[in-house]
Design a protein. Structure first.
Length: 224
């Protein structure tokens, strides 16, 4: 039995097959490309779309702390200086403009740490010479609080605490270490006979006061 197919129908079948083939090829080609994702906005208006951000660091920023120092003496710009916590004496000197030509830091520990509220006094060459004469100590031989050795000498308040061997009475003289009523009487008698003490070292001319006793007294007395 033979089926007769018209040429026109055959052409339609061939065209349909070609169309299907082309459609398949185009679909396959698109599948090989990049995926395109369409995001639809959330239905709930209160939902906030998350945006990718860099993770926050676990290290918190360090808050810098400061100290306030009163810098005076032989510096070019005596002033109240604000310095980072942990600053040293030399940094305070730099903040105050540096040293003057008269400054003498042989008794000053420039590497000493500073504390908030400290008063830093930089002595002059004259201050150091007077301190050496008063105490007998050579410059650079001692430090006070990592600061200067001359603050006591330059401070009128501390000077007033010294006992003046030229004006003190018996009761005041007995406040000195190793000085009793008998020694106090000898000091006053010497003063009445020879006049005022020219310096504190002259006290060793008093009977009963030798070098050892004087060594205990020298930082507590004055002849000025």
């Amino acid at each position: 039995m033979k089926f007769m197919v018209s040429r026109k129908l055959l052409y339609k079948v061939i065209a349909g097959v070609l169309l299907i083939s082309i459609t398949f090829l185009i679909y396959t080609a698109r599948q090989g490309g990049e995926d395109v994702i369409i995001l639809e906005p959330p239905e709930d208006e209160n939902v906030i779309q998350e945006v990718a951000e860099e993770p926050e660091s676990d290290v918190l920023p360090v808050e810098e702390r400061f100290i306030i120092i009163d810098v005076s003496g032989e510096v070019k710009k005596p002033s109240i200086c604000k310095l980072p916590e942990g600053a040293r004496v030399y940094e305070a000197v730099e903040a105050a403009g540096g040293l003057t030509e008269k400054a003498d830091t042989r008794n000053t520990n420039l590497a000493a740490p500073l504390a908030d509220g400290m008063k830093l006094y930089i002595p002059s060459k004259k201050d150091v010479a007077e301190e050496q004469k008063r105490t007998g100590e050579t410059p650079g031989s001692r430090y006070v609080n990592g600061n200067v050795a001359l603050q006591a000498n330059s401070s009128s308040d501390e000077k007033s605490q010294l006992i003046n061997i030229n004006t003190a009475g018996s009761e005041e003289l007995q406040k000195l270490t190793g000085v009793g009523p008998s020694t106090a009487a000898k000091i006053i008698a010497y003063r009445n006979e020879y006049g005022k003490f020219k310096n504190i070292e002259e006290l060793m001319n008093v009977s009963g006061i030798g070098e050892k006793t004087f060594a205990k007294l020298k930082n507590s007395i004055t002849a000025e």
